[in-house]
Design a protein around this ligand. Structure first.
Ligand code: F0G
Length: 462
């Protein structure tokens, strides 16, 4: 007998209280935060779906391992444990520990990049793009065309468009291509997976032109789940073996272990080649730390080593992927427009279709983010014109290509009843959809506007 209910494959040993709030209190808190949930204190949030990064609950095994942390400056036992784990997973001989993903990105892309160089990716995450552009190089996204259709049920919408890649390499000249980056899963593209067939083809093109292939592998375990269940030839491999095969296709890997490392802070850079490792190690020592700890303490390295084992456990991954789909499929069945199929770490709601009466320059995504907080105390993030909209030379507003809201699910933190609550909140979101008004920006910084901008709803009393 196969039961339909997917239970959390863990018991809870330590709990953290959530402070309940009323709609009246939330209206006040939201006004105080200038209608930008990034500015809300976390104790005023009931369910925090802002990010899946650094928000995991650690296991009893991870907490126990932290007590074994060896905090020696050089050659700590914890470094050996960390090295063995990452080396076994990636198959790469050179491992550089960093304080988080973007530090590994800065080191590698600073080394490979520079003026006149190009990077191609299925989609560059914001910090990836920022580090590449900071080096003077150009970052170009080449997502597969299927990824643009939010409704079709293609299994691997995170793939890189290999025909476009070949064309671009010829156009800019192979010697000017610093690297190709495959982001698994494709966070900015809706958390959609990349197939092994696509990774193999991209790797083949890179080898043909002698271009390094980098895996941005912060959700590589979640990606492995999709490969095993959607690519027939992989159904007999373990999730870890699938990830190992994907690493074997790449020359380097950057990882924010704040995601599939199941810890709250940390990252690494893994490399195959000695010369790159020597150059990057020099950069690591200047800003992160000595080669055997980088940006991490011994106890962090212990917890990461355990997390990277636990994340590949079949029961964990099944629960993880199915519970994200549980939320996404339930709200979709109610008529909420979402990116489909549901990705690994998050559900992405299409606010443009939810609120067709709110034009992009009035930020339909921000309207939904505020509604979710006002109605249910749920914190989410806008991924639309607040995050990516720009001004042209005449000060005219250029909206983003899509108006999404991401509901990212922290790992091992919330239970099914929390998700049932979020699903119920969407009933009210749908009931009020026609009355919802757009927003205007009243104050904004010159960079990364979404973090600190202030907003005001249209029709609000002055
Ligand atoms: N690459 C990807 C695909 C990411 O999603 C992130 C972080 C990074 C690199 C950078 O890692 O934060 O450890 O420096 N994503 C977080 C998010 C912030 O909310 O999606 P980091």
């Amino acid at each position: 007998m196969i039961f339909q209910t997917i239970i959390e494959p863990f018991r809870i040993k330590s709990v953290e209280s959530i402070r309940m709030t009323t709609p009246e209190e939330r209206a006040h808190f939201l006004r105080e935060a200038h209608y930008n949930p990034f500015l809300l204190p976390s104790d005023k949030v009931l369910i925090d779906l802002l990010t899946d990064s650094g928000t995991s609950a650690m296991s009893n095994r991870q907490w126990a391992a932290m007590m074994l942390g060896d905090e020696s400056y050089a050659g700590a036992k914890s470094w050996e444990r960390f090295f063995e784990e990452v080396n076994d997973l990636t198959g790469m001989p050179h491992i550089l520990p960093t304080h988080q993903g973007r530090a590994a990105e800065r080191i590698l892309y600073g080394y490979l990049g520079g003026k006149g160089k190009y990077f191609f990716s299925n989609t560059h995450f914001d910090t990836t793009r920022a580090n590449i552009e900071f080096s003077g190089a150009t970052a170009i996204d080449l997502p597969c065309p299927e990824g643009k259709n939010f409704d079709s049920d293609e299994p691997f919408k995170g793939n890189l468009d290999t025909a476009a890649l070949k064309k671009k390499i010829v156009e800019v000249g192979a010697k000017n291509v610093a690297a190709v980056i495959l982001t698994v899963t494709n966070n900015s593209g809706g958390g959609q997976p990349v197939s092994m067939a696509n990774a193999r083809e991209v790797s083949g093109i890179c080898r043909q032109y002698h271009i390094p292939l980098v895996l941005d592998c912060c959700r590589v375990a979640e990606n492995a789940w999709f490969i095993r269940h959607r690519e027939a030839e992989y159904e007999h491999l373990t999730y870890r073996e699938i990830a190992q095969e994907m690493f074997s296709l790449a020359d380097a890997a950057v990882m924010s272990v704040k995601k599939d490392g199941l810890v709250n802070m940390g990252g690494f850079l893994a490399l195959r080649d000695q010369a790159s490792s020597d150059a990057c190690t020099n950069l690591l020592i200047i800003t992160e730390g000595f080669a055997t700890y980088g940006g991490l303490s011994g106890r962090d390295m212990e917890a990461i080593a355990v997390g990277l084992e636990e994340v590949f456990e079949a029961d964990y991954l099944h629960y993880r992927i199915r519970s994200t789909a549980y939320l996404g499929e339930h709200i979709r069945n109610k008529g909420v427009p979402v990116i489909y199929p549901i990705g690994g770490h998050a559900v992405y709601v299409d606010a443009r279709r939810l609120y067709p009466h709110i034009p992009p320059h009035e930020f339909p995504g921000q309207a939904l983010v505020c509604e979710l907080y006002q109605i249910g105390g749920i914190r989410s993030v806008e991924v639309g014109s607040v995050m990516f909209g720009k001004y042209d030379a005449n000060g005219g507003f250029v909206p983003a290509s899509q108006e999404l809201v991401r509901l990212a699910i922290p790992r091992r933190v919330y239970t099914q009843s929390h998700m049932d609550y979020v699903i119920e909140v969407f009933d009210e979101i749908l009931r009020r959809r026609e009355q919802v008004k757009g927003y205007r920006i009243t104050q904004e910084p010159p960079f990364l506007r979404h973090f600190t901008a202030h907003f005001e709803p249209f029709g609000a009393p002055a």
